[in-house]
Design a binder for this molecule. Structure first.
Ligand SMILES: O=C[C@H](O)[C@H](O)[C@H](O)COP(=O)(O)O
Length: 236
């Protein structure tokens, strides 16, 4: 099996062993989280584990429901014990870029309502610095092409994310995604603040100081934790 796929599977499946009976769980989005959701569903079926899931996308909702994980319905959110999600790029401080699958807004809502956030990634996602993946920005469709030009003027090399039929892709909330191809930036927090203050921007894929731990599938399975300092241990 392809190494990347195998590494994603190991990280996702290991995260499912951390879930405890009675927990409220945030279910992220993406190909790595899929292994987590599948393994969690097996525990629900085989061990009778009782969990309530909060989903971050229509895709994850469909998967979880199909596999028999109980999903919260409606717009209210109660405190979430643990959220397991993927990431597109993770730096040495466990800051991340997310939204490669256009789910960043609901992912951020769930993450910021969670007591603990764990990301599951294959080792190719880990970098010393963040800028290995375009920063997705979720924007209101109205005026979005003016916003694109504004980002161009800032030198952010923006592209509107398009579907195969040539129209902008719509997120689950009906917004568009502009990807910023930033090669380097000295201050991720300043960029995050600037984006949040831009009219028409709903949110962005910079997830700073959100992950408590990252499970990394590679030649070894590792968990990188953020306590007061960064700590790392080999699991298998
Ligand atoms: O919008 C999508 C999410 O942020 C995903 O969690 C992220 O793109 C990672 O996905 P994958 O595990 O498929 O690489």
């Amino acid at each position: 099996m392809d190494n990347v796929i195998e590494n994603k599977r190991r990280a996702g499946e290991y995260a499912a062993t951390l879930v405890e009976d009675g927990m409220v769980i945030g279910l992220g989005t993406g190909s790595t989280v899929r292994y987590f959701v599948e393994a969690l569903a097996r525990r629900v079926r085989e061990e009778g584990l009782d969990v309530l899931g909060f989903v971050t996308s229509g895709r994850t909702a469909a998967l979880a429901e199909q596999l028999g994980i109980r999903i919260h319905q409606g717009d209210s959110i109660i405190p979430i014990d643990l959220t397991v999600d993927g990431a597109d790029s993770v730096d040495a401080e466990l800051n991340g870029i997310k939204g490669g699958g256009a789910a960043l807004l609901f992912e951020k809502i769930i993450a910021t309502n969670s007591k603990r956030n764990i990301w599951v990634v294959d080792e190719s996602k880990l970098h010393e610095r963040l800028w290995n993946f375009p920063v997705p920005v979720e924007v209101v469709p109205y005026g979005s092409f003016s916003l694109l030009r504004r980002f161009e003027q800032h030198g952010y090399q923006p592209t509107m994310r398009m579907a195969s039929d040539g129209v902008p892709i719509a997120t689950d909330a009906g917004h568009y995604i502009i990807d910023l191809h930033i090669e380097d930036h000295p201050n991720p927090q300043a960029l995050a603040t600037e984006l949040k203050q831009t009219v028409g921007v709903v949110d962005h894929g910079l997830f700073l100081n959100i992950a408590d731990a990252v499970i990394v599938g590679g030649t070894e399975l590792r968990v990188v934790k953020k306590v007061t300092t960064i700590q790392e241990e080999v699991i298998k």
